[in-house]
Design a protein. Sequence first.
Lengths: 165, 290
Amino acid sequence: MKRKIVTALMILISFLLQSTVFKALSIGSISPNLLVVLTSSFGFMRGKKEGLWVGFFCGLLEDIFYGRLLGMHAVMYMYIGYVNGYFNRIFYEEDIKLPIFLISVSELAYGLGTYAVMFLMRSRFAFFYYLWRIILPELVYTIILTLVFYRIIYTVNRRLENSST
Amino acid sequence: MKRRDRFHIPSKYILAALTFLCIGTMFLSFLTDFDGGPLNTVSNYILIPIQKGINAAGAWGRSRVDDLEDLRAVRSENEALRAQVAELTLENNTLLQERYELEDLRELLNLEEEYSELNTMAANVIGKDSGNWFDMFIIDRGSNDGIQVDMNVIADGGLVGIVTKVGPDWAQVRSIIDDMSNVSAMILKNSDLCYVRGDLEMMTEGTLQLNELRDADDEVEQGDKVVTSHTSAKFHKGILIGYVNELTMDANNLTKSGSLTPAVDFEHLTTVLVITDLKQQVDAEATESE
C-alpha cells in the first residue's frame, strides 16, 4: 500500500515538474521528458507489471491535460514501461550504463512514435527536420536529466524495497 | 503475500486489456466529443491546486527578481499601462475594422451590423504542454467560472488560441501556433480572406503559415495586419492575429501563401484574457434584437 502511494506521488510530482518547472528551463523551446525516465526506470527496476501501470498513469495524465485523443499517450507510455520490464532480469543495481541505455532507447521510441502517429499520419514528411529539431535535442536533454533524476528514483525505490522486506 | 499470489493476473493480460481500453477511449474521443468526463474532475482536485501553488511560487520568485531591477511603483504602473495598451490595441483594431466595413456597407441599406461589447475574463497560464510537439497550455479557470469549449483566448490585444477542453477549475487552450491549429482570417485593409495555420517547422522562426490568400489586386504587402475573419465559425471577427511577413504566389497562380508574425509573444505568456462570449451566442443575440 505504501509502495502504491509513493509511486502515485512520484508520478504526480514528475508530471507537475514537467509541465511547470521544466517548461521554464527549456532550451530552444525543447524541454526534457521526465515521464519517460520515470516509466522506463520503474519498468526495469520493478518488472513488466509495475512498468506498464506507471506508464499507463503517466500517459493518462498527459492525455487528460494536454492530449487530443484520450488514451494515446497512455498506450505509448504503457508499452515503454512493459518492454523495459523485460530487462528487469539483467538489471544490476550498481550499473548505470544499462539504465541510461534503456532510458535513451525509450525516449527515442517515444519521439519516433509521436512523430509517426501525430505527424506522419497528417502527411508531414519532413522526418529529418523533426529528428534534428525535436527528437534528438529532447533525447540529449533527457539523458542529462537522467543522470540527476535516476539517482533519486533509484534511492526511493531502494528505501521502499528495504522497508517492505 | 499468499493472498496476493492467488489473485495474480499475468501482466500480458493487463497490457492487452488496457490497450483495448485506450484504443476504445481514443475512438470515443475522436468520433464523439467525449473529453474524459469524470477524469477531468478527479484530476482537477488533485493537480490544479498544486499547479496553482507552483505557479504562485514561480511568480513570487520572479517578482522578487524584478524588484531588484526596478522600483515596485514603476512596475505596477507599467502593468496598468500594459493592460491599457492591450485594451486600446483591441479597440483600435475594432475601430479600424469598423471604418473599412463602413465604407463597404454604406451602400447596403439594410445591412446594419453592430459590435456587441465582448466580455472578457483574466486567467493565469498554470501549465504548458509536457511534450515538445504541440502547443497546448492550461489556465486556472474552468467551468466553475463559466468557461466553455470554443471560447476565444487573447493576450496583449492579439489572438492566442481557443479553449478545447474544460474541467471544473482548469481549461485546456490550443494556441494558434500549435501544429493542428487552423484559423480563418482576413487582411484588415481589403478584407481578403485567408487561412492562418500553425506549423511546427516554422515555429523556430516564430512565424505561422498564411495560406490561400486571393489578393487579386496585389494590394497586400509586408506588415499588413491580419485579423480573424467574419466567416470563422468559432473565432470572433476582427481580433488581431499578426502581421504579414512574406508572400509568394502559389503554383496554381491564383492564390498566395507565405508567413505571418504573430502579435502575441507565445514564449512569455503568463496571463491571458478569455472572451466569455461564444461566437454563436453573440450572433443569436444580434438576431434577437433585430
